[in-house]
Ligand binder design. Structure first.
Ligand SMILES: [Zn+2]
Length: 305
């Protein structure tokens, strides 16, 4: 056992990479490491994670463990089925990590909630009472922090803002519904919409190219960002009037577009947020490069407290 101050072990699991860190009670990261998420079957993926956890822990005994994972997940049974980790379907992640760490409390949350919790703890949302955190990337994820705790919902999947229907005549969504926020605001869907309107059609391009073109004044790219911003704003305002909050943070790859995204989001939020208790809604860019990892650590601290 080490004599360092108390820490928790935070673990962040995504389809691209996995990260782990020992984190102090004030949010300071003591040790952090990450690996590319390996391909392979359930045991191969877990072996890589176990090795990472062992390396980060060293001989330190944390007081609790928090895991943020790409969803969907089954919080009640501690199972995860991350869309982009095909080897894990209903994988008993909590039990398996528990077996590694002995009798420590182990908490699990979906990555969107951990992102929101991380930004709430030490990032752009740290002055907020309640926070909606949104990740705009290949999909649109989100999480809510209410009274300092993530609002997980019955199954752990609350705040699926990306699948809030904002267009009654909208396009089909990957989730099976239609007109979801994600069909307008995710990176790939924005690129596809722009290409259908003649922007760089036939080229292999991504949302970064689209945002650069929008910043340079390309009309189609600007229009597509405006549509995406309107959909996000509709989701934001619907959530704000439901939960009664005024602070929103947006991160993720598409949010790197900066003002090209945030300016129209702000304009649409102002237009749509009319009830007196949401007219002060603020939408800010995320500040942390590792909000999900810090949120997982905060989840652990909440459990340990
Ligand atoms: Zn959907």
């Amino acid at each position: 056992m080490s004599d360092v101050a108390a820490t928790v072990l935070g673990i962040d699991i995504g389809g691209t990479k996995m990260a782990a860190a020992l984190v102090a009670e004030d949010g300071e990261i003591i040790t952090e490491d990450r690996i590319m998420t390996p391909p392979g079957d359930a045991e191969q993926v877990f072996a890589a994670l176990a090795e990472l956890i062992g390396r980060v822990r060293g001989d330190v005994r944390p007081v609790a463990v928090g895991i943020g994972s790409a969803g969907p997940l089954d919080l009640r049974h501690g199972l995860v089925s991350p869309v982009n980790i095909v080897g894990w379907r209903n994988f008993p992640l909590v039990d398996r990590v528990q077996a590694l760490v002995g009798d420590l409390p182990v908490a699990l949350g979906v990555d969107g909630h951990c992102f929101a919790l991380g930004e709430f703890w030490t990032g752009a949302g740290r002055a907020a009472e309640n926070l909606l955190g949104i990740v705009v990337s290949t999909g649109v994820g989100a999480g809510l922090v209410v009274d300092g705790e993530p609002m997980l919902g019955q199954s752990g999947n609350a705040a699926h803002l990306g699948h809030m229907v904002v267009d009654l005549d909208g396009e089909a969504c990957a989730c099976g519904s239609y007109g979801c926020v994600e069909t307008y605001a995710s990176g790939p869907r924005m690129v596809a919409r722009a290409q259908r309107r003649g922007w760089r059609s036939g080229e292999a391009v991504d949302a970064a190219v689209l945002s650069a073109d929008a910043a340079a004044g390309d009309e189609v790219a600007l229009a597509v960002f405006d549509d995406g911003a309107q959909a996000l704003a509709a989701g934001i305002v619907a959530t704000a009037v439901t939960v009664d909050l005024t602070s929103v943070v947006i991160g993720g790859g598409v949010a790197k577009a900066g003002p090209v995204l945030f300016d129209p989001v702000e304009r649409w939020v102002k237009r749509l947020a009319q009830l007196p208790f949401v007219t002060d809604l603020t939408v800010e860019p995320a500040q942390l490069p590792n909000a999900g990892l810090l949120g997982a650590a905060r989840l652990a601290w909440n459990t340990a407290a």
